[in-house]
Design a protein. Structure first.
Ligand code: MBD
Ligand code: FE
Length: 281
């Protein structure tokens, strides 16, 4: 029987995302006072400017406070920050990164997933819905040297747009795995086509989006973190040509270099290739 607790809620996924974030945030970054002052002054000046330019009223100011409180109570800060802010932090980081393009990590990465051989199928439910999808490719150094034993850590939403670990009806580890490349740096991962992701409409982030008349969608995507000894880890996502919301990702995290164009192999399996190039650490 399906109970209320079994269906995904904003509070459920938000609480899990907040807990997960706190667990991996082992130590506070040490930021010198000059830098704290410069960045926070700029942020506050932006807020002050918005209030003056838009003649924000007391009721609007109080509504904003109530909304900020709710984001914390429901645990949606990881979601909000990664959707609306992370893409600019990534843009700054990307300016000193060579090789395959990165993009935002988002709030739904979970470490320590099952390790899988270079040719593998991601863990899934026996009745997992969705069009079969095979992603194959090679991990290389910038000079073209294949990287054997590299890790392709992959996670993605299911055919309904939900992530395991953040939706109570999904088994732990579903559609997540750490794939280890073979002697020539190659991998071949069988999974299912993910659906576009919709920001939960029942939480404060979704309510803000609705109140502003925006849309809550991200295009369908695969998340990847690619690691190899002596190389800089790349965190990225791969999208699908022709997919809905590609041109209007709410998280502004698409890049033209990150779009797959899978082809049906004649058996109903969609196949795509993507090679990753990592720079030296
Ligand atoms: C996602 O699936 C995601 O990738 C990001 C960046 C934000 C919210 C949900
Ligand atoms: Fe995602």
């Amino acid at each position: 029987m399906t109970t209320v607790q079994d269906s995904p809620t904003a509070a459920g996924s938000g609480a899990n995302a907040s807990q997960n974030f706190k667990a991996k945030q082992r130590s506070e970054a040490v930021v010198p006072p000059e830098r704290v002052s410069a960045a926070v002054t700029a942020v506050l000046q932006g807020v002050h400017t918005a209030i003056r330019e838009h003649q924000v009223t007391y009721p609007e100011f109080q509504a904003a406070k109530a909304w900020l409180m709710e984001v914390g109570e429901v645990g949606e800060w990881p979601l909000f920050m990664d959707v609306f802010v992370e893409h600019v932090v990534e843009e700054v980081a990307a300016s000193s990164q060579r090789g395959t393009k990165g993009t935002i990590e988002g709030p739904y990465y979970l470490p320590d997933q099952v390790r899988l051989a270079s040719r593998c199928e991601l863990p899934h439910r026996p009745d997992e819905k969705g069009t079969p999808l095979v992603l194959s490719g090679q991990v290389r150094d910038l000079d073209g040297t294949p990287l054997a034993g590299a890790e392709v850590d992959i996670w993605h939403a299911d055919a309904d747009g939900y992530y395991s670990g953040f939706a109570p009806h999904l088994p732990d580890g579903n559609l997540r795995g750490v794939v280890v490349t073979d002697g020539s740096g190659r991998f071949e991962i069988r999974t299912v086509q993910p659906a576009p992701y919709q920001i939960p409409t029942d939480g404060p982030t979704g309510k803000l989006i609705e109140a502003a008349g925006w849309h809550p969608w991200r295009p369908a995507h695969l998340h990847l973190m690619v690691r190899a000894d002596g190389h800089r880890t790349i965190t990225t996502q791969l999208y699908f040509a022709g997919g809905e919301w590609l041109e209007s990702d709410v998280a502004e995290a698409t890049k033209p270099e990150l779009i797959l164009d899978p082809v049906d192999d004649g058996t109903g399996v969609r196949r795509a290739t993507y090679d990753f190039e990592l720079e030296p650490a």
